[in-house]
Design a binder for this molecule. Structure first.
Ligand SMILES: *Cc1c(COP(=O)(O)O)cnc(C)c1O
Length: 371
């Protein structure tokens, strides 16, 4: 089965096979293994051992994002969040529920977040300490310019938290060149092509120490995780998903062998094969080609009155392909992930299967409804 959700993603067999073992998470061998894994993640983010650290947290992407918001903003602290789409909305909600204050920066959903607008909003409100930006907005498929926005944040003397959950491992990121970044957060199960169950923050050590004690949550306190890592490198505070970490190490071997830039090129080729193929079928992608990122393609629902997303999903599933049975755009769409252990050849097969599935569920008008 191809998982094009786009997360969790399709994984390689040896990554999945790493799950089938019993592991003692408090064993000294496992601690050394985790310490090594943290070092590999740190290097992937461009971190330096004395300046930055890679901190693992059990759970999903929302957990590690909330941990970053809680750990670096004090209660009542204010964070500007460009309204890039569904995942900016999620950061906004978890910020508010953590007792911090999200300040939305309205923008067009198909636009790239504008560094000048960020600079202006920061200049207008000195009480905003942070900017929270979604690097790859999985809701829209747009990639935002984290380097340019970071430069605006740096000039304004503020701090930044980057949700790179659907970007890290494919899109470039180098924390050494972005000193305004308090933390970049991501999980194992998207562009790193491993399994769900663990997230990471790569963070500045000086900032972690300066922010100690304000998280208001023991579970989600990155400073506490850092202190544990200093005290006993590779040991977790609470039971870790040991098998998921074992699988991540195998996935990182594949990442090393492929290289980040080649992985991005493969995802871009996947996206292009899909995007052009869908156009060839008479479907209408939601984003113009120039704005379309390599991670996820949203496609307008066909204007045909018989359109039924779940029926389409089921017809694809019968052909070995799983896409999401929900959408994150204001008007009806379906969404297809382009990331994971898949190739442009797989994507060409996906296009053929979509053609058959549309016929099977009786769709004759494939173009989009007028907006
Ligand atoms: C997938 C994703 C998340 C986190 O999702 P979880 O279900 O919590 O793992 C956060 N941000 C972005 C941009 C994502 O794509």
């Amino acid at each position: 089965m191809l998982l094009l959700l786009p997360g969790p993603v399709t994984t390689r067999p040896d990554v999945r096979a790493a799950l089938s073992q019993d592991i003692a998470p408090w064993d000294n061998d496992f601690r050394a293994f985790v310490a090594g894994l943290r070092g590999r993640i740190l290097r992937l983010a461009g971190g330096a051992g004395d300046e930055h650290t890679a901190l693992p947290l059990q759970g999903c992407g929302h957990f590690i994002t909330e941990a970053a918001v809680r750990s670096f903003l004090p209660p009542g602290g204010r964070i500007l969040i460009p309204a890039t789409g569904a995942y900016a909305d999620r950061m906004t909600r978890l910020t508010r529920e953590a007792g911090r204050v999200p300040v939305p920066l309205p923008m067009g959903l198909t636009d790239s977040a504008d560094p000048a607008a960020v600079a202006q909003a920061l200049a207008a409100d000195p009480s905003i300490s942070h900017v929270g930006i979604v690097y790859s907005e999985t809701g829209s498929g747009v990639i935002h310019d984290v380097q340019a926005i970071g430069a605006a944040v740096r000039r304004a003397g503020r701090r930044m938290i980057v949700d790179a959950v659907s970007a890290f491992g494919a899109l470039p990121f180098d924390i050494a060149t972005q000193p305004e970044v308090d933390a970049v957060v991501f999980t194992a199960n998207k562009c790193l092509e491993a399994l769900p169950g663990v997230g990471f923050a790569v963070a500045r050590i000086d900032r972690l120490l300066a922010c100690a004690g304000q998280a208001g949550s023991w579970s989600f306190d990155l400073c506490d995780i850092h202190q544990q890592a200093v005290k006993a490198p590779g040991s977790f505070r609470f039971t870790p998903p040991a098998q998921v970490l074992a699988a991540l190490a195998v996935a990182l071997d594949h990442h090393d062998a492929e290289g980040r830039a080649a992985r991005l090129a493969r995802y871009t080729a996947n996206m292009r094969t899909l995007y052009d193929g869908l156009c060839g079928l008479g479907l209408t992608p939601w984003l113009p080609a120039a704005r379309q990122g390599p991670v996820i393609v949203n496609v307008h629902a066909p204007a045909d009155p018989r359109w039924d997303l779940q029926a389409f999903v089921d017809a694809l599933k019968a052909r070995g392909i799983l896409i999401s049975n929900f959408y994150n755009t204001p008007s009806p769409t379906f969404r297809v992930g382009c990331i994971g252990a898949i190739t442009p050849e797989d994507m060409a097969g996906v296009v053929r299967a979509m053609d058959q599935a549309l016929v099977e569920i009786g769709i004759t008008r494939r173009g989009a409804l007028p907006e």
